[in-house]
Design a protein around this ligand. Structure first.
Ligand SMILES: Cc1cc2nc3c(=O)[nH]c(=O)nc-3n(C[C@H](O)[C@H](O)[C@H](O)COP(=O)(O)O)c2cc1C
Length: 320
């Protein structure tokens, strides 16, 4: 089972009508969950950066739970993020510590659904307002999931909503979030994302033998690269020899974006990969350092045992 860490960004849960309900439900529904109440831990906003980073290192699934404040996260949660998602932790040349972790935004919204429409008083869709947080996940290599949020969660007696209604919605929210966490920790999506992570970690090493890779490819794989098309395991091995003669080991494949979609009985995986590598003098790259961006489209089978096999691998160069 995955380890779930929930960061509660409400500045004062003692005054909360909905986030407090969601958190207490969650602790009952999910076994291995750690809920970190930033309002209790850091009433003075002085974040224990190393302590927080340590907790995140041990997490498989990171949930940010917060009330939507001024179309974003509350200041306390922003301070936590500014401090904890530091250079060489969440970004930078050694900043891969959050890479591959599952990231869920879970929040309560005061305004009703219809207000977040072009003609509503909030004009923008919630998803548009979340773009900075979504990009934060991409930059730090986390898997960004569809957020869980609930509208009409503000309670002002005799003005907005009733306490019973907002608390009922909070319970429903907790159930939705629980189902999402359980689905992610068991899902095919997760199996494929883990496969992608391992695949590129192995590619970074450029091992002498190609067995690891051929084990993840069907016998008749179509391997389409900017420099030509290769078929089957033999075709892959031919291409791999060229790759090994071009790139030096310990290169860096950064998975900047990943999307997994159902494709009939199979799956389509769209990736945005940045490759940073040194090359050999006697290769076509003539010893130049490479920093290239590619879009990759994979078609994969996933069997009942959770094994992934790629049957179509298409790489398009975006920029070099
Ligand atoms: C400082 C502040 C800013 C807020 N900004 C927004 C906002 O931008 N959009 C919105 O729909 N609701 C906004 N609200 C309403 C909160 O989202 C709502 O009160 C909260 O989700 C309820 O959670 P709680 O019961 O756990 O406190 C704001 C509330 C406060 C106090």
């Amino acid at each position: 089972m995955s380890k779930v860490v929930v960061i509660s960004g409400h500045p004062d849960l003692g005054q909360s009508n909905t986030n407090s309900v969601i958190l207490s439900q969650l602790s009952q529904f999910i076994d291995d969950v750690e809920i970190r109440r930033l309002d209790m831990l850091y009433p003075d906003y002085q974040i224990d950066v190393e302590g927080e980073q340590e907790v995140l290192l041990g997490a498989d699934i990171i949930v940010l739970q917060f009330p939507f404040y001024w179309y974003s996260i509350p200041a306390l949660l922003k301070k936590w993020m500014d401090d904890v998602f530091a250079y060489n932790f969440a970004y930078g040349s050694k900043g891969d510590k959050l890479k591959g972790k599952e990231f869920i935004l879970s929040f309560t919204v005061g305004g009703p659904d219809e207000s977040y429409k072009p003609l509503g008083y909030n004009h923008f869709a919630i998803e548009q307002l979340l773009h900075p947080l979504e990009q934060t996940a991409y930059l730090s290599g986390m898997n960004y999931h569809t957020p869980v949020y609930t509208h009409s969660m503000v309670y002002i007696p005799d003005v907005y909503n009733t306490l019973e209604d907002v608390q009922q919605r909070a319970m429903e929210h907790a159930l939705k979030l629980t189902n999402k966490i359980k689905a992610i920790s068991h899902s095919t999506d997760n199996a494929i994302r883990k496969f992608v992570k391992n695949w590129f970690e192995e590619f970074d090493q450029l091992p002498a033998e190609s067995d690891f890779f051929t084990a993840g490819l069907t016998e008749d794989v179509n391997w389409k690269m900017p420099d030509g098309q290769f078929n089957g395991h033999d075709g892959f091995c031919e291409w791999y020899e060229i790759a090994k003669a071009t790139f030096k080991p310990n290169c860096d494949h950064q998975v900047e974006q990943i999307e997994v979609h159902q494709f009939g009985d199979d799956y389509k995986v769209n990736l945005r990969i940045r490759l940073i590598a040194e090359t050999f003098e006697d290769s076509p790259m003539e010893g130049n350092e490479v920093n290239m961006l590619v879009n990759e489209a994979w078609l994969v089978h996933l069997n009942k045992a959770g094994e992934v096999k790629i049957f179509d691998y298409d790489v398009q160069l975006v920029s070099a």
